[in-house]
Design a protein around this ligand. Structure first.
Ligand SMILES: NC(=O)c1ccc[n+]([C@@H]2O[C@H](COP(=O)([O-])OP(=O)(O)OC[C@H]3O[C@@H](n4cnc5c(N)ncnc54)[C@H](O)[C@@H]3O)[C@@H](O)[C@H]2O)c1
Ligand SMILES: O=C(O)[C@H](O)COP(=O)(O)O
Length: 412
């Protein structure tokens, strides 16, 4: 059996790696807290480059593009926690991370408003036929006409996925006088006059604009396929600022080619370039009535600065005191400061008798338990023990050698 990693390292020896142009607010906070090694990159990494950077990283920050598969995570022996500096966490194998004892944190609300504002603007732009008019003028043409231009007031907006972003858009759209209907797999508290309809189909057949706000899940992949796009009203518009895999791009292309849809606004794509120096390719580039944006729904300076601080703070708290509050994949433990005691953190297989064995080892090591906090999730347990007498190092070494240990570390 291999010995589990024991991460009881001073701050100046802990390495943070922040990829994908994470806002400098994160670096500022991390450094202000006393961590000195912060490596940054404007790009997503993959393959050997990612493996190389993860070989000695303790904390990793990514956004939506870096793919953290089980294989990649297994090749990161020191990785203690991951920060997704965004909302979506579909790019990370969350169950694999939990099995390896690696909590993942994200920023569940920091860019919600930015996405909602972009979508609101796109609704008006699409309903007025602005994308194609704008394109024509850029080619020295002129087309002053009311044909195909409509007010949004009184029109129906269909929201698919009525979560944080969907509800915000619903509220903003009602301020413009739109009728809001939505589909969600959960029964939802509706805001304003929004109405939850019985089925996705009902939302699609009624709406002048359909906007998607779903997470990427096996169940949402290809959710907007040929049949769903064809079920939309002739001349209606489709907006996708959720995940690229939710829409069948070939089916969308056909619907635009045939004129069934009046237009679309697409911010996310099944395959996205790794960085700003890579080329973007899509069958949608040939349509003037399609607004294409480079996955910037959440990319405002306000949102990115807030995300930088929020996720960096969660990583720092986990590093400094072991708190896993709001981790997306991990047993959650909210911890007070541990003054006057040492803190032992033990992540283990949640099998019958494991806590009895933990406490037996502590008793044998002769430490006094000042406080103990336990949380479990599926087959992983996370116990935090504050000890205020005896030798915490000996107790830690004993705990680390328990066969059910996944990871352990000590905080002084
Ligand atoms: N374009 C961008 O820059 C950008 C920015 C932020 C978030 N996002 C994406 O938007 C997604 C949504 O964000 P959010 O904060 O609103 O998430 P959320 O979790 O608050 O809401 C998602 C909603 O979708 C619903 N849902 C799940 N599966 C469904 C299905 N099959 N059919 C109907 N409804 C379903 C859920 O019940 C939930 O209400 C994120 O997961 C992320 O992928 C994109
Ligand atoms: O999930 C998210 O928050 C968005 O997709 C934004 O991702 P980004 O940080 O890569 O722009």
């Amino acid at each position: 059996m291999t010995t589990p990693p024991r991460l009881s390292v001073p701050k100046n020896k802990l390495k943070f790696v922040l990829l994908e142009g994470i806002h400098p607010s994160a670096v500022d906070l991390i450094k202000r807290d006393g961590y000195s090694e912060v490596v940054t990159s404007p790009k997503a990494l993959a393959g050997e480059a990612l493996r190389e950077v993860l070989a000695d990283a303790h904390f990793l920050g990514i956004r939506s593009r870096t793919q953290l598969t089980a294989e990649v995570l297994r090749a990161a022996p020191k990785l203690t926690a991951v920060g997704a500096f965004c909302i979506g966490t579909n790019q990370i194998d969350l169950p694999a991370a939990m099995q390896l004892g690696i909590p993942v944190f994200n920023a569940p609300f920091s860019n919600t408003r930015s996405v909602a504002e972009l979508v609101l603007a796109e609704i008006i732009m699409l309903m007025r036929g602005i994308p194609q008019k704008n394109a024509l003028l850029h080619r020295n043409g002129w087309s002053k006409s009311a044909e195909g231009s409509f007010e949004v007031r009184g029109k129906t907006l269909g929201i698919v996925g009525y979560g944080h972003i969907g509800t915000q858009i619903g509220v903003l759209a009602e301020q413009l006088g739109m009728v809001v209907v939505f589909h969600d797999i959960e029964s939802k508290l509706t805001l304003g006059n929004a109405r939850q309809l019985a089925s996705l189909d009902e939302v699609l057949t009624r709406s002048d604009v359909v906007t998607l706000h779903l997470p990427e899940l096996p169940s949402t992949k290809g959710l907007m396929g040929r049949a769903q796009i064809q079920a939309m009203k002739p001349g209606a518009h489709l907006i996708n600022a959720s995940r690229g895999t939710v829409v069948d791009i070939d089916a969308l292309t056909e619907a635009l080619e045939s004129g069934h849809l009046g237009g679309a606004a697409i911010d996310v794509f099944p395959v996205e370039p790794q960085g700003n120096d890579s080329a973007f390719e899509s069958p949608l580039t040939r349509f003037d009535n399609v607004i294409l944006t480079p996955h910037i729904g959440g990319s405002t300076l306000e949102a990115q600065a807030n995300i930088g601080r929020e996720v960096a703070d969660k990583l720092i708290r986990y590093s400094n005191n072991g708190s896993t509050t709001s981790a997306v994949n991990f047993p959650e433990v909210a911890l007070p400061e541990h003054t006057g005691s040492s803190r032992l953190l033990h992540i283990h297989r949640n099998v019958p008798g494991v806590m009895a064995r933990v406490n037996e080892r502590l008793s044998k090591a002769g430490v006094n338990i000042a406080a103990q906090y336990l949380s479990t999730r599926e087959d992983v347990g996370y116990v935090v023990i504050d000890v205020d007498s005896g030798s915490p190092e000996v107790a830690m070494a004993d705990l680390c050698s328990l066969p059910d240990t996944i990871r352990c570390r000590i905080l002084y």
